[in-house]
Ligand binder design. Structure first.
Ligand code: THU
Length: 298
């Protein structure tokens, strides 16, 4: 991973928090398209300390959940992804890493928010890390459109490491529900699919057979085509449910999904069992628009 976290912990926090924060920080850099080795300093502290820092540096006298202080000032309208040269100037000769800035997180505030949302403190720290990372990479949320852009990047980065607003359980349940609409009078193999777009929308589908057998369409492609026909091209996970066996996606579905989401997480379920993999594992060295000798999309 190309992000080093210099973590300073001043107050009790869950033992698995560091690994998750590290994973999230690396995912944010990857999502932004920054390949340079980066370093971020994160202080996990209490309300008093964050309040003091907030007062001193921002003249705001209250404890907030997270504060970020970018070390880099990006050119107007630019974020880290378009600022390789600028970032590389921050390279430390000893570590070889480019310093992005400082982050301060209040553990008690994170704990309160975790309770409000009904998830773990570790997960909340993942969200706060993503938010802070994008601030350090030049994003802000003062205007509505920049806020939307920042949220979309956070969602995308978090989803790439399996942290979705829609949980895997919910996605699997949607896929199971979709089996009721399957039209499979010939094979009797019912398939339901639920495809999670990077913005958090779920597109569902089922298999639809035809008396001219070859015209059958699979559940996965029904979901994908619904999504693409509504303008979505970015996906993070798909759940597929079957009634008769583990519904591993067929070759045609793997290829079709690969066009849009080579890193898609794939969850399959049958008879209460769940298995998880990724599309790149199901289709190694796949043929797609990116990474070919000829880049079809330019
Ligand atoms: N099927 C799917 O819906 N998805 C797959 O990836 C494999 C196969 C459906 C198509 C057909 O209706 C039935 O399963 C039996 O092939």
């Amino acid at each position: 991973m190309n992000v080093t976290l210099d973590l300073e912990i001043e107050t009790a926090c869950p033992p698995d928090a560091e690994a998750l924060m590290h994973k999230v920080a690396a995912a944010c850099a990857r999502t932004e398209g920054v390949a340079l080795p980066l370093e971020v300093h994160i202080l996990l502290t209490d309300n008093e300390v964050i309040r003091e820092i907030n007062r001193e540096y921002r003249q705001i006298d209250r404890a907030t959940d997270v504060l970020s202080f970018p070390a880099i000032s990006y050119a107007a309208g630019k974020t880290a992804g378009q600022s390789e040269k600028r970032i590389s100037r921050e390279k430390d000769v000893d570590t070889g890493c480019c310093f992005l800035g400082d982050v301060i997180i209040s553990i008690p505030r994170a704990q309160e928010q975790a309770q409000e949302y009904g998830h773990s403190l570790t997960r909340e720290l993942g969200y706060l890390t993503a938010h802070a990372m994008f601030h350090l990479m030049g994003y802000d949320h003062m205007e509505e459109d920049e806020k939307r852009r920042m949220r979309a990047m956070e969602e995308k980065a978090l989803a790439s490491v399996g942290i979705n607003r829609v949980t895997d359980q919910e996605l699997l349940e949607k896929a199971r529900e979709m089996m009721q609409f399957s039209y499979a009078p010939y094979s009797k193999f019912t398939v339901g699919a639920a495809l999670l777009a990077a913005d958090g929308t779920v597109y569902t589908g089922c298999n639809i057979e035809n008396s001219s057998y070859g015209l059958t369409i699979c559940g996965e492609r029904t979901a994908l085509f619904k999504a693409v026909s509504e303008g979505k091209h970015d996906f993070v996970a798909i759940a597929i449910a079957g009634n008769n066996a583990m519904p591993w996606p067929c070759g045609a579905c793997r290829q079709t999904l690969y066009e849009f989401a080579p890193d898609l997480r794939v969850l399959v379920t049958w008879n209460g069992q769940v298995e998880e993999t990724t599309l790149s594992q199901l289709l190694p060295n796949g043929f797609g628009p990116k990474g070919q000798a000829i880049n079809f999309l330019g």
